[in-house]
Design a protein around this ligand. Structure first.
Ligand code: MSP
Length: 503
């Protein structure tokens, strides 16, 4: 059942480096869903939040390297993210930075509430710590004094810290995930979390860092000598941006619970384990769904600065156009799976789906309206032939197919939604080939010709609406070309790209 409101979030991105295609993937997906839900529920019933994660060791280190103080540094890098989202037509309603007052104030209130309720306690910590990952490791998890995650050397530390009680909610969380099959998606990620929770006893979460070791963070309200652990700080953004605590400490929000916390698969543990427990301790309901998408790889490898294979979204957009880039990411790989990113793959989609199928259909139809009707759009009076009938049926079925594909139970399958839309495009192209309109014209079958072209125009109007969430600019151009009564023919939408390597 569809709720009347839709609140969607993306992870907030670390501002230690420029955004890459992985970051743009989550935001394009969230943008597409938001635009789609705005069509269904109306603009004012959708809220789309993105933002930046600006505290912690990683950022401090990057600021040091740039020889700037952390605040100056984050103020500079955040601009790159904001500009990229603008360029990619990301229609977020809000952008939250964890260095903003509204967030800091809210986080400190949340921490105070947990501290008063004894969900946070102080303890001596002695053990291994990975500074770059900001992660504590127990003796049993470590071998050779190296970080089990990043393999860099660990430090032995002994210090007073603050811990958030995770362990006591473990049984509740397992039951919650079991009882709510749509909470953690896709299914394989849900199973991953459940197996982890069943096989391991959770440790309470260390949520502080002594200022002496890390100063770039939000001070704990009950211990100014400590700053808040960056993940605890970051997760809170999803609620700090859309609500506040009333005088009795109850959370009030027009939007929460989120319908969807969209994330990448690497940050599943934080979102599927820490996050619901944090919310429960704060007496706030969990999000309706957490969905972890897959990763874009380059020649089967992870993208990383050290490998030197990081792809810039801006470069891709400059080369291929915004909507081509958006289409490729959403079409080429079912959401949830990993994909291999390459320019060849983009060009293949471009020449096939966009130039041959969509672009051609629009251009041929406009040409016929121009040639046979001097640009005046004819109206359909009856549907001609079997193929025309098939097209009408597809037009009727399509909204339901797309709605189904983009739903939670279908794992927000953008690729499937697009392939349904492309079925209509293919039917229409086939209709042109089979009908041979030039013969109708020659044989003076004026009624048939008028109905035939009228139906094609109708198809294109439907297409403009259906592709709008995925390719907003293209939809706009198509709508401008097919006016109310007259066409305004422009250039072909997607002139083919020559596959010969450019010199
Ligand atoms: N700051 C944390 C998130 C805090 S959310 C409360 C963080 N930031 S990140 O900038 O490192 O990554 C943000 C997102 O980008 C993650 O969801 C991650 O999965 C995604 N991606 C990073 N590289 C990616 C690919 N190569 N492909 C697809 N998405 C990837 O983690």
């Amino acid at each position: 059942m569809i709720r009347e409101k839709f609140y969607i979030t993306t992870p907030i991105y670390y501002v230690n480096a420029s955004p890459h295609i992985g970051h743009s993937y989550t935001n394009i997906a969230a943008d597409t869903l938001s635009r789609y839900m705005r069509q269904v529920l109306g603009d004012k019933n959708v809220w789309f939040l993105t933002g930046t994660d600006e505290h912690g060791q990683k950022i401090q280190k990057a600021a040091d390297e740039a020889k700037l103080n952390p605040q100056e540094f984050v103020d500079k890098v955040v601009v790159q993210f904001k500009n990229l989202w603008k360029k990619l037509n990301i229609s977020n309603n809000d952008f939250i930075r964890t260095t903003e007052k509204r967030h800091i104030h809210f986080l400190r209130q949340a921490l105070t509430k947990l501290y008063i309720n004894k969900d946070i306690y102080q303890a001596e910590y002695e053990g291994w710590y990975c500074t770059p990952c900001e992660t504590f490791w127990t003796e049993t998890q470590v071998s050779g004094q190296l970080c089990p995650d990043c393999k860099r050397p660990l430090e032995k530390i002994s210090e007073t810290n603050y811990f958030f009680k995770l362990k006591k909610h473990q049984a509740w969380l397992i039951k919650y995930i079991e009882d709510n099959p749509d909470f953690i998606r896709p299914e394989n990620r849900r199973n991953e979390v459940l197996s982890f929770l069943k096989a391991n006893e959770l440790n309470d979460l260390c949520i502080s860092r002594p200022k002496a070791r890390l100063s770039w963070g939000i001070p704990l309200p009950f211990s100014p000598e400590h700053v808040t652990y960056v993940w605890f700080d970051a997760l809170i953004n999803y609620i700090s941006a859309v609500g506040s605590f009333d005088k009795d400490g109850n959370y009030q929000s027009d939007w929460w619970p989120a319908d969807l916390n969209l994330i990448g698969k690497d940050i599943l543990r934080q979102h599927a384990v820490y996050w619901p427990i944090m919310l429960r301790a704060l007496d706030i309901p969990p999000p309706r769904a957490v969905f972890a998408h897959g990763w874009w790889m380059i020649d089967e490898n992870k993208m990383s600065k050290s490998r030197g294979n990081v792809v810039s979204p801006l470069e891709m957009v400059d080369k291929f156009g915004i909507d081509v880039y958006r289409y490729f990411l959403l079409r080429d790989v079912p959401f949830g799976m990993d994909g291999n990113f390459s320019e060849e793959a983009i060009i293949k989609r471009f020449n096939g789906d966009l130039a041959n199928d969509l672009g051609n259909l629009v251009y041929r139809t406009l040409t016929m309206v121009e040639k046979y009707y001097q640009g005046n759009i004819p109206e359909v009076t009856v549907i001609c032939g079997q193929q025309g009938q098939k097209i009408e049926e597809k037009i009727m079925a399509l909204p339901q197919e797309v709605s189904q594909a983009l739903s939670g139970p279908s794992d927000f399958n953008f690729s499937l939604a697009l392939s349904s839309i492309w079925e209509l495009i293919n039917l229409a192209n086939k209709y042109i080939e089979e009908t041979k309109p030039w013969n109708l014209a020659k044989e003076n079958k004026t009624v048939e010709l008028k109905n035939f072209i009228g139906l094609l125009v109708k198809v294109i109007r439907v297409l403009a609406k259906m592709i709008a969430p995925f390719m907003p600019q293209t939809a706009q151009v198509i709508s401008e070309q097919i006016g109310e009564a007259k066409i305004h023919k422009g250039k072909p939408l997607f002139p083919r790209i020559d596959l010969k390597p450019k010199s």
